[in-house]
Design a protein around this ligand. Structure first.
Ligand code: NAD
Length: 291
């Protein structure tokens, strides 16, 4: 028998979760601060919960997907709601930090419930697809108990660790890499535009350069994991070679008056490493400076 799910939050992501669960045959209770957002979901077969506690009481599993943990706390940590959590599983899909996940796991278990912390590595349009990845951490037996339900939200769903904060930590780690790329693209386009280049040139040449960048990324990940920081025959470019090319970015910012906040931060790290005489080392030798 399919478990009954209560979804708290019918924003972009919450609505997609509800639609996917309904399509998978799960009975769904839905609650949202503004009720109108639930109307299209009720039309699809969800039951509108009159209150948070009513929705939780009627469900086996409570999926929370609201803006942030402050909003989530305001819903779950009301006495009337806390009193209904005994025997329920709370799956927290609101983005949060490892500390928030740890605190919440502790609190839910104090109420007699089970807790899983989740990170959604996708946008709402990807929910329910076979390759979509959601990461979970918490008690493995709770994950196993609800695995079928969780897999309905993304076929590449993974359990990443027993410490409740590990899914959020991996989420933050992967997003950090994404922000590095996004900020890098913005800085690169500023340099290109300052020299009168059409940004379509940046776009098309990026496509050709990207496999090289991806290979360098995997290389730095592998070397850092293996702590192979000294330059060797397989080093793609030494720290000194990187820093030589990096001077052209600093010069372009200076000459064209571009915002250099990001390059300046990178320059600080390069200089700190090079001050120890590591010009021949691999780029991965910067890794210890970030700990
Ligand atoms: P959204 O703005 O579309 O929806 C936010 C929801 O939070 C709404 O249902 C709103 O009613 C509710 N809410 C806000 N403040 C509240 C409060 N004080 N009390 C009760 N409810 C409150 O946002 P979204 O894109 O659906 O994101 C929801 C969560 O999912 C966030 O934590 C977000 O980081 C996470 N997430 C989103 C995406 C994405 O691509 N949209 C991807 C991964 C994770």
């Amino acid at each position: 028998m399919k478990s009954t799910v209560c979804v708290l939050g019918a924003g972009r992501m919450g609505s997609s979760i509800v639609r996917t669960l309904l399509a998978g045959g799960h009975p769904v209770q839905v609650w949202n601060r503004t009720r109108q957002k639930c109307a299209p979901l009720v039309e699809l077969g969800a039951t509108l919960a009159a209150s948070v506690e009513d929705g939780v009481r009627a469900a086996d599993v409570v999926i929370v997907n609201v803006l942030d943990h402050t909003a989530s706390d305001a819903l779950l940590k009301q006495d009337v709601v806390a009193a209904t959590l005994r025997g329920k599983t709370v799956v927290q899909l609101t983005s949060g930090s490892p500390r928030l996940a740890r605190d919440e796991a502790h609190w839910v278990e104090q109420q007699g419930g089970s807790y899983l912390d989740g990170a959604i590595m996708a946008t709402p349009d990807f929910i329910g697809k076979p390759d979509t990845s959601l990461l979970y951490s918490g008690r493995p037996e709770v994950y196993e108990r609800h695995k079928d339900l969780l897999l309905a939200l993304g076929g590449n769903t993974q359990f990443v660790g027993e410490a409740p904060g590990q899914a959020s930590a991996l989420d933050t780690a992967l997003l950090t890499q994404m922000w590095g790329g996004l900020f890098g693209a913005l800085q690169g386009m500023a340099v290109a535009a300052a020299e009168g280049l059409d940004l379509r040139a940046f776009e098309s040449h990026f496509t050709a350069f990207k496999p090289v960048v991806d290979a360098a990324l995997y290389d730095v990940i592998g070397r850092t994991h293996a702590r192979r920081f000294a330059g060797d025959d397989e080093t793609l470019a030494s720290l000194g070679a990187h820093y030589g090319a990096f001077q052209h970015l600093l010069e372009a910012c200076e000459e064209r008056g571009l915002n250099a906040a990001i390059p300046d931060a990178m320059d600080t790290l390069f200089r700190r490493a090079l001050a120890t005489g590591s010009a021949e080392d691999d780029f991965a030798s910067l890794a210890p400076l970030l700990h």
